[in-house]
Design a protein around this ligand. Sequence first.
Ligand code: TYM
Length: 338
Amino acid sequence: MEQPTNRVFSGVQPTGNLHLGNYLGAIRNFVGLQETHECIYCVVDMHAITVWQDPKELAHNTREVAAAYIAAGVDAEKQVIFNQSKVSAHGELTWVLNCVARMGWLNRMTQFKEKAGKNRENASVGLYDYPVLMAADILAYRATHVPVGDDQKQHLELARDIAQKFNNDFAAFGGEEFFPLPEPLIMGAATRVMSLRDGSKKMSKSDPSDMSRITLTDSADDIAKKIRKARTDPEPLPSELEGLKERAEADNLVGIYAALADMTKEAVLQEHGGSQFSSFKPALAELANEKLSPITGEMARLMEDTAYIDSVLKSGGERADAIAQPILAKVKEIVGFV
Ligand code: TYM
């Protein structure tokens, strides 16, 4: 079985409130990789249900993430766009990898600790096992590269550990170097977009405050308002990167500007150093609108045509399944399933 050298896999959860962090940290980078890689982009509905989802909203949000991929510029014909639950290999491989991964490894996962909070006894088993399903997503395609935001780094390291342990445990049975160790691709000036209300918290879908995030369904007015009200400090912008230290909110807005404009933060500061937020914020709002409105407009248009989105997911699911099935069959053979 041939091992590809340039296969990309990534996923986004359909849990609503798709936001600027998801776009700048992940989805935007999905687009550029198509030039050089074979790309498989998944809507991870099985991950979403690790926390209860309203079934109707789950279906809507699944289509919305697919629409975001397409609207951002992923080519649904050349690449594979599908939702996870369509391909049974994800669940089947998770079981095998559950038996490879160690409790001690999962106990170190910071995202589980954050999401489960104080009431850990009441978290779903799925939430605990979430990173193993994520490893299975990637390894089911023997993907080599995984574009993600900074917050997924630890999960990617776990996926590498699981791949390595599988290869070692079954080295004598055809497992040696069977799974490539997937490389994280953490790209751009905004790998960790922070909340607009609190520069110490990352922008997230689950923040109770809608003012904390810019979403991919916000209007131009919403975006302008959220940026205008974003928390900042009273100092003007510095001219050097050094001056953003200890100024998390300023650093965040400069990072967002840089990522949207495809510039470095240094270049943004060269242009805007010395400006007050009263002039930087409107410039940022204008830039955000210019870059996001074609995408949000196209997403809204696509969401009117659910038959088209469903056809993309169906065809993508079939093509994903055709890649994963032989890999899963080989895994079964390696572990000794008759
Ligand atoms: P999810 O749905 O939480 O986030 C989707 C992508 O957006 C990135 N991201 C951010 N980037 C920058 N700043 C932020 N504030 C921010 N918030 C989120 C995430 O890093 C991610 O790349 N576990 C994954 C989904 C997943 C997956 C996979 C990813 C499941 N299986 C296999 C890659 C490969 C997640 O929770 O994404």
